[in-house]
Design a protein around this ligand. Sequence first.
Ligand SMILES: Cc1cc2nc3c(=O)[nH]c(=O)nc-3n(C[C@H](O)[C@H](O)[C@H](O)COP(=O)(O)O)c2cc1C
Ligand code: SF4
Ligand code: SF4
Length: 413
Amino acid sequence: MADLSVEFCGVRFKNPMLVASIEPSNSVNNIKKCIDNGAAGVIVKTVSEMASMSKLTEHSKYAILNEKGKIIRGKVPRNFTFYSRSGYIKEHYEDWIAYLTETQAYAKQHNAHVIGNVSAGSLNMWAELCKMTEDCGVPMIEANLHTPYPTEWAGKYPGTLVAQNPEATYEITRRCVESVDVPVIIKLTPEAIDLTAIAEAAKQAGAAAVSVNSRFKGFATDIETGHPFIGGPAGVGGPWVKPITLRWVHDIYSRLNMEIAGSNGIFDARDAVEFIMSGARVMQVGSVLMLKSIEWLSRIITDLEKFMDAHGYASIDEMYGISSRRAAPSMDELFKASPLQAYIDHDKCKYPKCTTCIENCYYDALNRGDQQVVSKTNNCIGCELCWNLCPWDAIRMGDKDLAESQIQSLLLD
Ligand SMILES: Cc1cc2nc3c(=O)[nH]c(=O)nc-3n(C[C@H](O)[C@H](O)[C@H](O)COP(=O)(O)O)c2cc1C
Ligand code: SF4
Ligand code: SF4
C-alpha cells in the first residue's frame, strides 16, 4: 500500500489532505469532524479582531451555480460554481484560545494537526494573533493575506488586498515570522497580478511556505430576475478554477522551489494528484466539503491511495512536482520538437456525414473531397485540433511527410 505521509514545513502529516480555512473549520465540533474523517491537518477559519469581518460572517450568503449559471438545488455536480460571501470567525478572537487548545489536543490523539490562520487590521495585531495562536500549541500558522491593509498604512499602498503588493506582503510576513517560532505560511490571493513575485517577497521575509491560493471575487446574475445572486459581488470558485491555480503552483514550484499548500479548485482525488504533480506538497480542500459534507474528505483520501497503488507510486514524494519538471522550460525548447502532421484513417472516417475537422482546421489543411477528406499536407502545422475534435478517432498525429508504409502502421496503432 502506498505511503501517503508527507513532510511539510518540517512537520510530518499522515497524508497530504488538509481542510482549508473555511466554514467546516469554524468550530470545535466541525474541526473534530474533519479530523474524524481523516484530515491530516485542519486550518482553522481565520481568527481576527476585525469586527467588520465578524459582521460579514453574521450576514453570510452561499449560492451554488451550475455550468449555466443557474442556482443548483440538490446534488452538487463536479462542475459547480460556489458563489458566496462570508468573513472570518464570528466569536471574539480570545475565545479561540480555548478552541485551538482543545482541538489541537484532539488532533494529536488522531495523529493530525490543527493549523492556525490569522488576519489582522493592524500591524501589532498581526503579531499578537500569531503569538496567541502559537501559544495554543499549533505546529504552524497560516497568515491570510487576502485581506485589507492594516490601518497604519492608510493611503500608503493603493489597492485593497495585502497580497496584491510585494512590499506589503514582505512587511506583514516579517512581522508574523518575527513574532513566533513556528513556521509561517503565507496565503496568496489569485487577485494579485504576479503571484510568484508575491511568494518571493514572502520567502525573503522568512515564510516557510505559501498557500496557492484563496478565491477570486466575482459577480453573478440571475437573468430571470435581473438581480445579482446574493445581492452583489462575492467570492467565486469551483473545480473549473483548478488550471489557473495550477499555473501558479507550477510557476512558484519551478522558479522559487518553495513549499506549497495547494488550494482553490479541488473536487476529488484526481485534482489532488494534479496539484501534487504540479508541485504542491499538501492540499487544502474547502468548498467541496462545505457542499458535499465533511465526509467527502475520507473519500478523497481513499481514492488518492487507490490511484497511487494502481499507478505504482509508493509515496507522495514520487509524484511530487513530476509534471512541473517535465514542462518545457522555454518556448525555444517547445519549438525544437519535430513537426507533426495529421493523418486521416479513411476507413474510420465518417465523411461526408461528419465534417468536424474540416470546419475546425484554421490553416486550410483539410478540405471537402468527392469521396473523402482531402489533406493539403503542406499547410498542416500539426496543431492537433482536428485530432482532439474528431468524434470517430479517425485521425493520428505523426512526423511530417511519412512514407505510405509508415502512415499505415501509424494508423494501425
Ligand atoms: C465560504 C468560504 C469561506 C472562506 N473563509 C476563509 C477564511 O476565513 N480564511 C481563509 O484564509 N480562507 C477562506 N476561504 C478560502 C478557502 O480557505 C480556500 O482557500 C478556497 O475556498 C479555495 O479552495 P476550494 O476550491 O477547495 O474551496 C473561504 C472560502 C469559502 C468558499
Ligand atoms: S472529424 Fe474525424 S470522422 Fe469527421 S471528417 Fe474529420 S476525420 Fe472524418
Ligand atoms: S493538425 Fe491542425 S493544421 Fe493540421 S490538419 Fe489538423 S487542424 Fe489542420
